[in-house]
Ligand binder design. Structure first.
Ligand code: NAD
Ligand code: NA
Length: 395
């Protein structure tokens, strides 16, 4: 059985490989410094990428009970289900073995019904309060509580921006273009990927009285080096992230009442389902991986989230560590001048012929495959999976 890729989107997954992927992340945090942090954690966007790694870090690097909210498909008539579906189940199994609460809500994070269900659960079965909320949703669509549907657009402000990128399906380098967004598209992207929904979670949880004294909340962001600004920071996604940063400051003030804090966390560029989707960005990631691996600075989601919890958000001594704009920076290694100079040198030399070797294309592929349970050592991919069996075991 093989991974099927269409465009830059994976179409299937392998449960056994996903299970081993969860185990691998758990092993990492269990052998890298105990987190004396939160005990009761709610993760919105918990089933993959940064959200999943956050959940693993607090549960297995520390001892946190967790609630995870995500939007995933179960195996059934429409196919074998999504990777995140299995991740939720394998996470819960390991957490239960450790004696921790691990509750999965497969539900729309943008809906008030979901928020009310989670609040009821916190009150009735989760001890009545939470002390950390991680907001890690990546989505192209948001249906607001008033029923309006917004879609986000990957695009630039000002002039169209073109450059080399690669297509995962054909494994060829292609020229990619980000078109300018309209004012309307820009505003809608901010609606989907900005801080409004994060704010609404905190407002409703706060009104319900389920935020513990000293409560903290984080949401994930990206800035990147100058070379990526036209396609990210200065584009529609960047505008949404700017809104998220402003929301963090607003929430921080609002949470003072309970000695709470809110932070935007600027993470490094990584291979995830969401980042594969951004034109030209995966090529930058291959160059970055090459350099960071050479300098032994490479990190994936789990290393980043472990470092976040251990050093920055719950430091053994002293205050939460931020920059002067009150943001937590996990992109410090990515943005190191020597790293970016080396990336720039590679970037100038990229051609359609050499792009697979000049950057860490193989590493990119391995991680992309692993997100879906493929390319894991010790998994037998030769046999086909039995859908009926999957439905029986996992739905
Ligand atoms: P991901 O695709 O791996 O995870 C997204 C999560 O959101 C999944 O759990 C998914 O189920 C959930 N989700 C999506 N729509 C939902 C909905 N309507 N209701 C409930 N859950 C929903 O993405 P990721 O890369 O981990 O991104 C998470 C955050 O990290 C984003 O804010 C992203 O911008 C940020 N970030 C990513 C990178 C990167 O390079 N990947 C870098 C910096 C910051
Ligand atoms: Na996530």
């Amino acid at each position: 059985m093989e991974l099927i890729i269409q465009g830059n989107v994976a179409k299937n997954c392998h449960p056994e490989g996903l299970r081993l992927g969860i185990d691998k992340q758990i092993n990492y945090v269990e052998s890298h410094g105990e987190i004396y942090g939160p005990r009761k954690v709610l993760v919105i966007g918990a089933s993959s990428g940064y959200g999943l790694a956050s959940r693993i870090a607090v549960a297995f690097g520390g001892d946190a009970d967790t609630i995870g909210v995500s939007f995933e498909k179960s195996p059934g008539e429409k196919g074998m289900g999504s990777a995140g579906w299995y991740n939720n189940i394998f996470f819960r199994r390991r957490a239960h073995e450790k004696g921790l609460i691990a509750k999965n809500f497969i539900a729309d994070a943008f809906s008030d019904t979901t928020r009310n269900d989670v609040i009821a659960y916190i009150k009735q079965e989760f001890g009545g309060s939470i002390d950390l909320l991680v907001y890690s949703v990546a989505s192209g669509v948001r249906i607001c509580p008033d029923g309006t549907r917004y879609t986000s657009t990957l695009g630039v402000r000002g002039q169209a921006f073109s450059g080399p990128g690669f297509d995962l399906e054909t494994r060829k380098m292609v020229n990619q273009t980000l078109e300018p967004v309209t004012e309307r598209q820009l505003a809608d992207t901010v609606k989907v990927m900005g801080g409004e929904d994060w704010q609404r979670w905190i407002d409703m949880l706060s009104a319900a009285g389920v935020l513990a004294e000293g409560f903290k909340t984080v949401a994930y962001s990206y800035t990147g080096p100058k070379s990526t600004w036209p396609l990210y920071k200065e584009g529609a996604l960047g505008a949404a992230k700017a809104h998220l940063h402003a929301t963090a400051d607003h929430l921080d003030a609002q949470l003072q009442r309970i000695n709470g804090h809110a932070y935007a966390v600027v993470c490094k560029a990584l291979v995830t389902k969401a980042s594969a989707f951004i034109p030209m960005f995966p090529l930058y990631i291959t160059l970055l991986y090459k350099v960071m691996k050479q300098k032994r600075l490479h990190e994936t989601c789990i290393e980043q989230m472990h470092r976040l919890m251990l050093n920055h958000l719950y430091p053994p001594m002293g205050n939460v560590i931020t920059d002067d704009e009150r943001r937590i920076r996990l992109d410090d290694f990515e943005l190191r001048p020597d790293v970016q100079q080396a990336v720039e040198l590679l970037r100038k030399r990229v051609t359609t012929e050499n792009f697979k070797t000049i950057g860490d294309f193989a590493g990119y592929l391995t991680e992309f495959y692993a997100l879906n349970g493929f390319s894991m050592p010790d998994v037998d991919y030769s046999s086909e999976l039995d859908l009926r069996q999957l439905v029986k075991e996992y739905s």
